[in-house]
Structure formats: C-alpha cells, structure tokens
Unconditional design. Structure first.
Length: 478
C-alpha cells in the first residue's frame, strides 16, 4: 500500500522551469488593433488638451493667456520699429558716405571735362600759345576728370559685385559703369587730338584749328553727353533715396499703436474681473509704449521735414547752378569756335540768351534759399559784363572785324575776365549749395540716432512691467 502511494506521488519540479513558461508567453505577443494604437497615441495629448482648455477657461488661465498675447505683441512691435529704424539709419549712413559723394563726383567729372574743353579751345583764339596758368588749368581739369571717372567706375563695380547697399540698384550701377566706360574710352582720343592741334598751332599750321574742332566735337557730342546722363542718373538716385528714407514709417508705428490698444484693453479687462484700481505695472508699461510712440513719431516728422521738405528746397538751386555752369562753359566754347571758324554768332544768339536766363534763375534760386553772399553779387556783375562782351563780339563778327573780335574775346578786363570770374563764383556757390543739401541729409540722419536702441529698451521695460504688475494677481491663485 505504501509502495503504491509512493509510486503515485508527483515528481518534484525543477527550480528554473518557470523560465520556460515565461519564454513561451513572451514568444506569443498580444495582437493590437489599429484603433487601440490610435487611442494609445492620442489619449495623452487629448487629455492634456482637455486639461489645458479647462485651465484656460479659469481666471488664472485667462490671465496667463492675456500676458502671453501682450508679451508677443509688445516684443513684435518693438522689434519691428527697432529693426526698421536701424535699417533706415544704416541706409542714411550709406547715402552720406557713398551715394551722395558719387553724385558729386559725377558733377565734378562733368564740369572738369567742360572746363578742359573751354580752356583748350580758348587757347586757339588768343595771340600766342596757352599761358602757363591756362595750361595748368587744362592739365588739372583733365587729370581731375580721369581720376574722378576711375573712382566712379570702381565704386559702381564694387557695389554691383558685392551688393554693398550703395543706394544704386543693379540697373543704375550698370548704367553708370557704361557711361564712365564711354568717357574713359573717349578721353585719350580727345587729348590726342588736342595735343596734335597744339603742335600744329606752334608750327603755325592752319590744320591745327581743324584738329581742335574735331577734338571739341568728340568732347561735346560724346563725352559731355555721357557725363550729363551720368550726372542726371546719380542726382535722381540721390533724390529718390532721400525721399524713400524720409517717408514716415507707418507700419512699425501702427504696430506700436496696436500694442498700446492691447495694453488698454488688458487693463480694462483686469478692472472688470478684479474691480480694483489700475495696475501700476500696466500703467508703467503704457507710459513706456507712449514714450516710444512719441519718440518714433517725432523722429519720423523731423526726418521727413529735413529729408523731403528741406532737401528738396536746398537741392533745387544746386541742380540749377550745376546746369547753369555747364551751359555757361559751353556758350564760352561757342564764342571761341565762332571766332575761329569766322562765322557769326547769330545761330548761337538764342543759346546764349537761354544761358543768361538760366544762370540768372539759378542765382535767384540760390538767393531765395541762402541769401545773398558776396559771391552771388560778384556772379551777377560778371554775368552782365560777359553778356555785354558777348554782344560786342557778336557785332564784330557780323561786321567781319575779326581782329577786334579777338581782342574782345580775350580782353582783360573784359569778356575773358568776366567769364573766369563768373565760373569761379558759380563753383563757390555750387559748393555752398551742396553743403546745404548735406546738412539736411545729416539732419535726417541725426533724427534717427538712438531711436532704434531707445524703442528696444522701452519695449523690454514694458514687458518687464506688465509681468511685475500681474504677479500679485497670479499669486492669489497659486
């Protein structure tokens, strides 16, 4: 009996038998449906969204949401105004250091070429060769024209290749390099023809006048036309850039105004919810934004007044004076060519009358803006004396009194001295007029200084104030 029971007793199990059962269970993973996987994926975020919506429906949640909106609005408005004002200041710096100087260089190139041609042609209408002073003036004008043209070309090429923000677009820079290339290509041709004319003049060959006439034709029909277009392009670009940089910054200012409106609405909401007096932090933030708006508004007004109103008023006489000086030099060259070709000045009478009118109007425009300095009065006297000499010269050429016409053209005192004095006075007035335009550009630049930094600081201070001001209200819930 005992033996039978012992035979039926179960055998003891091994200690690691459970591991075999675990391997069997893990080897057969549970199969999950797509719906179960989607539930596992979105249950957590959905639960978080429900909790967030419940929290946002509460008063502390609404306060935090309001603070986040205000913070983003204030920082965005302040950053926009600060960046816009900083960009404007950099552009105005470029205008004063690159764009306007290039425009002045273009005028200097134009006037230097015209002056060189006037001096060179006048040497053939006087007894003997060019004087030492005339030769020095001619060489200085040619050298100045060559150096100025090379500088303009280099500046335009660098700006075009590097996109350095010179104020000129790619099309304008390409146009500038094209005009300068034409001038630099024709300049050696002109000087070679003029030197050949001088050599023949010294040898007493009449063909020298033909070479001089051909050289003057190259100058007036090719080089001066290119210089005139170059000067016009640069002047127009300066005027357009000043107008663009002096226009009011409506979008950034409207951003600050919108932030101010949001601040006022937030204070009204806080008063509705808590029925307490105005929050000091929000009031301080409002004052910061008001100061930023007033500062930016005053800066924009001063920039507009200096850059648009003042600049246009000062630039008008400068443009008229530069054109008048070139016209005067061309009229003087016409007188010389008429004498050398033994023809009357009847054809150029209307041209001289127009020159006289334009010079007088340019002097009037300068006087209207800057008063009447001694150079202005001297220019008026010189213009009248030159006009009187021109009338005498015209009468002598009509009568065929060419020797008398030569004396009239080179008379000192007389026509020659009057023209030289007029040219000198016009150059002085042009320089003074240019300084007036730069004063207005500089004033527009000064109006933008510190505004970018001030607006950024005031905006950050406003953000800090609203968070400090709301701290107690949030402390009531946390």
């Amino acid at each position: 009996m005992v033996q039978q029971l012992s035979e039926r007793a179960p055998e003891p199990s091994l200690d690691d038998e459970w591991l075999d059962r675990l391997d069997t269970i893990e080897g057969q993973p549970e199969r999950r449906t797509t719906w179960q996987m989607l539930q596992d994926t979105f249950t957590g975020p959905a639960r978080m969204a429900r909790r967030t919506s419940v929290f946002m429906a509460s008063t502390p949640g609404q306060i935090i949401a309001m603070m986040m909106v205000l913070t983003i609005a204030l920082l965005a408005a302040g950053f926009s105004m600060s960046q816009s004002m900083g960009s404007r200041q950099r552009a105005l710096d470029t205008l004063t250091t690159a764009t306007e100087p290039m425009s002045h260089s273009a005028h200097l190139l134009y006037s230097s070429l015209s002056s060189a041609d006037t001096v060179a042609t006048s040497g053939f209408a006087q007894p003997g060769l060019l004087s030492r002073e005339q030769l020095a003036l001619y060489m200085a004008s040619i050298d100045r024209a060559a150096v100025t043209a090379a500088d303009i070309y280099e500046g335009a090429v660098v700006a075009e290749s590097m996109d350095s923000g010179s104020g000129f677009g790619v099309a304008q820079e390409g146009e500038i390099t094209g005009y300068v290339t034409e001038i630099l290509r024709d300049l050696p041709v002109y000087t070679a023809l003029m030197e050949r004319a001088k050599v023949n003049q010294r040898l007493g060959n009449p063909v020298g006048v033909a070479y001089m006439t051909e050289a003057s034709t190259v100058m007036r029909e090719q080089m001066l036309r290119s210089a005139d277009r170059l000067s016009s392009v640069t002047q127009q670009e300066v005027a357009a850039e000043v107008k663009r940089l002096s226009s009011p910054q409506w979008v950034p200012i409207s951003g600050l105004i919108a932030a101010l409106v949001l601040l006022a609405a937030a204070q009204w909401w806080l008063w509705r919810v808590f029925r307490r007096r105005l929050n000091r932090g929000f009031v301080a933030a409002t004052l910061c934004i008001v100061v930023a708006i007033v500062w930016a508004g005053v800066s924009n007004f001063q920039s507009w007044q200096s850059g648009v109103v003042g600049f246009n008023q000062a630039a008008r006489p400068w443009e008229q004076l530069t054109d008048a000086r070139i016209q005067a030099q061309e009229s003087r060259t016409d007188e010389t060519l008429a004498l050398l070709s033994r023809r009357s000045l009847t054809r150029s009478a209307q041209s001289f009358d127009l020159t006289y009118k334009n010079v007088s109007e340019a002097l009037d425009a300068f006087e209207e803006v800057s008063g009447a300095p001694p150079e202005l009065l001297s220019a008026r006297r010189a213009l009248d004396e030159w006009a009187a000499g021109h009338n005498e010269l015209s009468a002598a050429l009509v009568d065929g009194r060419f020797e008398a016409a030569t004396d009239i053209l080179n008379a000192r005192p007389g026509s020659a001295e009057a023209f030289a004095q007029l040219d000198q006075d016009l150059q002085h007035l042009i320089n003074e007029s240019r300084e007036n335009t730069r004063i207005y550009i500089t004033a527009s630049l000064d109006a933008t200084r510190l505004v970018s930094t001030a607006v950024a600081v005031l905006t950050l201070l406003a953000v800090a104030c609203i968070w400090v001001g709301i701290r107690r209200r949030l402390g009531e819930y946390f």
